[in-house]
Design a protein. Structure first.
Length: 229
């Protein structure tokens, strides 16, 4: 394995690894294949694919890092790429491996212990409330007409005429109250009915019925005249 990895580096135009670093990469490959047989760490499982894809690309990434870099965070490290190869190549860089899954975090701890690395492992905590809001958005409720509507919020219950509003409030007239709008004063002192808040006075109803009574009386008088003749 060390010879094959150095061969790939030479073919790509990069310097080979030292014997000590190559041996650590060989131990890393053995540990990865052992854990990958029972835990899904990487989709690539064959040795040639791991060397050419994971190891080679991570080593090239480590060699391309500027010399001024002192700390590095590998967020979502998974099987340790590219964090562990960078820690093996650049021993002057403090690497932090962040992984939220328990099985992958356990593998990272075992790899750091086996390879004797100075890398630290962090397991970020997930926010269950954010996950619940993301996968379970507020459902729409249906009213009496079958239309879907969102559940009323505390700020919109009064505007929607929710039954639990305060009827004694000036914005919601009761049986003997007037609707007082902002910056306005009620001018009509006549109390309104609870079921008909805008019903006109009864005198107006009599005036509208009077022409009908006169027309009926005229018809009756005409009919009596014809009968008398």
């Amino acid at each position: 394995m060390p010879n094959r990895l150095n061969q790939l580096l030479t073919q790509s135009g990069h310097p080979p690894l030292t014997p000590e670093t190559a041996e650590k990469f060989s131990a890393y490959l053995t540990l990865l294949q052992k854990w990958n047989a029972r835990t899904n760490l990487t989709a690539i499982r064959d040795e040639e694919g791991i060397l050419s894809r994971h190891f080679l690309e991570s080593i090239l990434c480590a060699q391309a890092l500027p010399k001024s870099v002192q700390t590095l965070l590998d967020f979502g490290s998974g099987a340790g790429f590219p964090g562990i190869p960078i820690a093996l190549i650049r021993k002057d860089v403090t690497v932090t491996l962040a992984e939220s899954q328990n099985k992958k975090a356990a593998f990272l701890r075992e790899a750091v212990r086996t390879l004797n690395l100075k890398a630290t492992i962090q397991r970020p905590r997930r926010n269950p409330e954010a996950t619940l809001r993301l996968h379970n958005p507020p459902r729409r409720r249906q009213d009496a007409t079958g239309r879907s509507r969102r559940p009323p919020t505390p700020g919109t219950r009064r505007l929607a005429g929710h039954p639990d509003h305060d009827r004694r409030s000036p914005q919601y007239p009761g049986p003997n109250q007037h609707c007082l709008q902002p910056n306005r004063v009620a001018t009509d002192p006549t109390p309104t009915s609870r079921h008909e808040p805008h019903s006109p006075p009864r005198r107006a109803n009599r005036i509208t019925i009077q022409p009908i009574n006169i027309a009926i009386q005229c018809k009756i008088s005409q009919f009596t005249e014809k009968c008398s003749t």
